[in-house]
Ligand binder design. Structure first.
Ligand code: SF4
Length: 432
């Protein structure tokens, strides 16, 4: 089954699940993990669906899952009213729930299938199913995305995901630990903890600010598993505390922080219904920068930012701009505010004081330029330093991987000093 993933690591987690579920045993076509983070993101996968349908063979279909296909965690029953331009293609699209187990009677689904094994793909598929290949070889990734939490109760005023993913829940520690130990045994070397609001792991609600329990889970992973490389995906600042930051001194946890900051301005953070203010962010970034690692690898900080949120003045924007400059944010995921006029919308869509698109663009360009300069300076400062890299792919002699602090490396910018350049192997070398 071909696949196309739009955006987040949770989408990558579920795509791996769908593709290894057997659901597509006798099916042909393209599996698409959709995203609704902005109008632009929605338009991207809708266009991809329409373009792909024109190239499909008679028996092939589009299998669409994730945020675009969901409403309050269930399949979006008004899918063709929301995405009108897809209505003419109904017979070529299957709108799927979040994960395979939610497909009713999956076994009977199989039982009705009478396709003989003929094409190369199917032979490969059956090879996969005959598990002649080890776990990680079956997977589409060289690292394992592990969902520890999903859903959210925070209802930030710019967010559509919350209407899709619905209520917060977290997976039990013993289930997560069992998964990791299985992956370790199956040859995986790197895991990525992920979730919609993963910092709320272990709490009753994502609005529960009584104290994060994430450090408790990570401590157990360090003590009860031997997995070599542990990454944490995007984190809500309200769940970052000293206990958690202390754990990042450990060389098995990678010193890469992806913070969902969204803004540096108190007014805007309040209007977004975020759980923290500008001072809180600055204290957190200060502490993050002071982390002393066992392996001396420099900390990298990525930030999600929304530019041009309704009501944002030049002064508010400069609060965000100066935050990036003064705290050396080494990579930006900056977006201009999306009013979500396309399909479903968000509370801030109806706010009076929308920012003019030209002003949004100008601010976006300025902060992106700043972000780029800081990124280049950061990478320059890492040249000549030693890193451990998990080789994620090798194609025509060219390898790809990431340093502990999330610098992408290939043969061009990384000199391997020891280790075998082979997929899923860890090598040591210097950044050039
Ligand atoms: S924390 Fe806010 S932005 Fe993140 S998923 Fe929840 S509602 Fe959306």
């Amino acid at each position: 089954m071909q696949y196309k993933i739009f955006w987040c690591k949770v989408n990558k987690y579920y795509t791996d699940i769908w593709l290894n579920s057997g659901f597509f045993e006798w099916k042909k076509g393209i599996f698409i993990a959709s995203c609704v983070v902005t109008d632009k993101a929605k338009k991207k996968w809708v266009k991809f669906v329409i373009d792909s349908i024109k190239k499909l063979e008679k028996e092939e279909k589009i299998y669409l899952s994730w945020c675009g296909s969901l409403d309050k965690w269930k399949v979006l029953t008004t899918f063709y009213e929301v995405y009108k331009e897809l209505a003419p293609y109904k017979d070529k699209i299957e709108v799927l729930p979040e994960e395979p187990k939610l497909v009713k009677n999956i076994m009977s689904y199989w039982a009705n299938a009478e396709y003989p094994l003929n094409t190369e793909n199917e032979k490969k598929q059956s090879l996969r199913d005959s598990s002649l290949l080890s776990e990680w070889q079956k997977s589409i990734y060289t690292k394992k995305f592990i969902l520890i939490q999903s859903g959210c109760d925070s209802f930030c005023t710019f967010c559509l995901t919350v209407q899709k993913r619905w209520a917060h829940f977290f997976r039990l520690k013993e289930d997560i630990l069992r998964d990791i130990i299985d992956y370790e045994k199956a040859g995986w070397k790197e895991i990525v903890l992920t979730g919609v609001n993963l910092g709320a792991w272990g709490l009753k609600s994502t609005n529960d600010l009584s104290g994060s329990r994430l450090s408790e889970l990570i401590k157990s992973i360090l003590q009860e598993t031997k997995i070599r490389r542990i990454r944490i995906s995007s984190l809500g600042p309200e769940f970052v505390d000293d206990k958690l930051l202390k754990l990042f001194e450990n060389k098995r946890i990678y010193p890469h922080f992806h913070y969902s900051l969204q803004s540096g301005s108190d007014n805007i953070l309040k209007s977004m219904h975020r759980h923290y203010d500008g001072k809180y962010i600055k204290d957190m970034l200060e502490k993050t920068k002071k982390i002393k690692r066992e392996d001396w690898v420099s900390v990298s900080i990525w930030a999600d930012l929304i530019i041009g949120f309704p009501g944002e003045t030049e002064e508010n924007f400069l609060d965000t701009y100066n935050l990036v400059r003064d705290y050396n944010i080494t990579k930006l995921h900056a977006f201009t505010f999306s009013p979500h006029k396309y399909g479903e919308n968000v509370p801030a869509w109806s706010y009076k004081n929308q920012v003019d698109e030209k002003i949004k663009k100008d601010r976006y360009d300025r902060i992106s330029k700043l972000g780029e300069n800081i990124r280049n300076e950061f990478i320059d400062s890492q040249k000549g330093r030693s890193f451990e890299v998990l080789i994620e792919s090798v194609k025509n002699g060219k390898f790809k991987g990431w340093t502990e602090n999330y610098i992408e490396v290939t043969n061009d910018n990384f000199e391997v000093i020891s280790g075998v350049v082979k997929r899923n192997e860890i090598v040591v070398g210097k950044l050039k």
